[in-house]
Design a protein around this ligand. Structure first.
Ligand SMILES: O=C(O)[C@H](O)COP(=O)(O)O
Length: 428
């Protein structure tokens, strides 16, 4: 395709279920989305199951699938590795990389009070906490790197000279499990959660589990009454006195580049460390425009970079966090904002006088229903839209519309091939 350009937008956690706070509409159905509706009317829709039926995936494995990589023939290398690469910690095969959460616990019994320390984690706090950990945590024969990323998120890399640290260990974070390397969200709505003890799942991972447990216990010891937490308690903020760990990995990803896979020139417009890691692993040039909710900046950057690429993959984080927090009205309002401050800007900016034909693929990586406060395997709506696309009766980008769309139900790894076929068959 010469002049046609594809804008591929994944709205993180966009899928949802009817919610009493929205008169039993989903946030997408309740939102005011004139621009998304306009895009929807110019194309076809359907439902996507990003990883597999009944699988509640984390964003990393979901996005790899939505970009066409489904890991049926290799065991997935784990989110920890992706985030480690994304935030620039040096990682070599045999190291052990994990994703972490700055969290709040009752240190007397390790009961988790908040998995994200109330989502109030300033850069100053996370930097000071990491400095304290670097200076005080000691694990014999093992060195580690720790980097705070965005908000409550943090990345760890452990290294023991001359030793491969086994990756088959369980998480200390009870909200996610790891099955065949894939991070799966668990239902955490019932009962109290406690910091789990990491267990080895094979003979090569005993040392890794021991290292993770030592690290976790020392962090709790060091942090509970540290200056940052004394100050946070004075401000009635939740303490950051634990790091929940998950998604261990020890292999450096070797995947075909996305440009070679599709014979197209891809770029990404992302800001989350996991998305930066995905871009690097797939050889996608990544651009960053502002923080997670600076939608106008993202739109302006997209309009700038679209000239130099065939496909721009855009990740927008917003909706997922409202889903995790069970805030249906907030998620609805966030979708209103994304429509008005991102999609409207794109539509205004991509007029035909520029000689560009813009095609949209719009979907999400997984559902994060507000009523569940976690990822689920519920299908996500998808629209493929643009000039000449054979339209169906789709009039909105919603879960209910998508059930009637002509795309039917497809899986994440089929999305780009399906969309490219529709674009090739378009009538222009
Ligand atoms: O926001 C993220 O990093 C993940 O999508 C959700 O992770 P969390 O449940 O640990 O916040």
């Amino acid at each position: 395709m010469n002049q046609s350009k594809i804008v591929y937008v994944l709205l993180d956690g966009i899928g949802d279920l009817p919610h009493p706070d929205l008169n039993y509409l989903t946030p997408l159905e309740a939102a005011y989305t004139p621009n998304l509706d306009r895009i929807a009317r110019m194309g076809v829709s359907g439902q996507v199951v990003s990883v597999g039926d009944g699988i509640a995936p984390q964003s990393d494995i979901a996005v790899f699938n939505m970009l066409g990589y489904n890991f049926r023939d290799i065991e997935y290398f784990g989110r920890g590795v992706v985030e480690c690469i994304g935030c620039g910690i040096d990682f070599e095969a045999g190291d052990l990389a994990l994703r972490g959460n700055f969290a709040t616990i009752d240190p007397t019994n390790k009961r988790i009070l908040d998995r994200r320390a109330g989502r109030i984690v300033t850069e100053a706090d996370s930097a000071a906490i990491c400095d304290l950990i670097r200076k005080n945590v000691k694990i014999e024969g093992v060195e580690f790197s720790i980097e705070p990323t965005i908000g409550h998120r943090v990345v760890l890399r452990f290294r023991k000279k001359g030793t491969t640290l086994g990756e088959n260990i369980t998480n200390t974070d009870p909200a996610y499990d790891k099955i065949n390397g894939i991070g799966i969200a668990l239902d955490t709505s019932k009962g109290d959660l406690y910091v789990a003890t990491s267990e080895p799942k094979d003979g090569n991972s005993q040392l890794s589990a021991a290292v993770i447990n030592q690290f976790s216990d020392q962090v709790i010891e060091i942090l509970d009454n540290c200056p940052v937490n004394i100050e946070r308690r004075e401000k009635n903020l939740l303490a950051i006195n634990c790091i929940l760990l998950r998604d261990a990995g020890n292999r450096y990803p070797q995947l075909q580049s996305i440009n070679d896979k599709y014979n197209l020139n891809f770029a990404s417009l992302v800001d989350m460390p996991v998305e930066i890691g995905i871009s690097q692993i797939l050889g996608m040039k990544s651009y960053n425009a502002g923080s997670t909710d600076e939608y106008e900046l993202k739109a302006a950057e997209l309009l700038k970079i679209i000239d130099n690429h065939d496909v721009v993959y855009v990740h927008i984080k917003g909706p997922d966090e409202f889903g995790h927090d069970g805030n249906a009205k907030g998620k609805k309002r966030n979708i209103d904002e994304i429509d008005k401050r991102f999609f409207r800007k794109i539509l205004e900016g991509t007029n035909t006088t520029k000689g560009l034909e813009i095609y949209f693929i719009i979907s999400g990586d997984h559902s994060t229903p507000c009523i569940k406060k976690t990822h689920t395997g519920d299908p996500i709506p998808i629209i493929v839209s643009g000039q000449g696309i054979q339209r169906d009766a789709t009039s909105r980008f919603t879960e209910s519309n998508s059930k009637r769309g002509s795309l039917g139900k497809i899986y994440g790894y089929q999305v780009l091939d399906t969309a490219l076929k529709h674009l090739e068959n378009r009538k222009v």
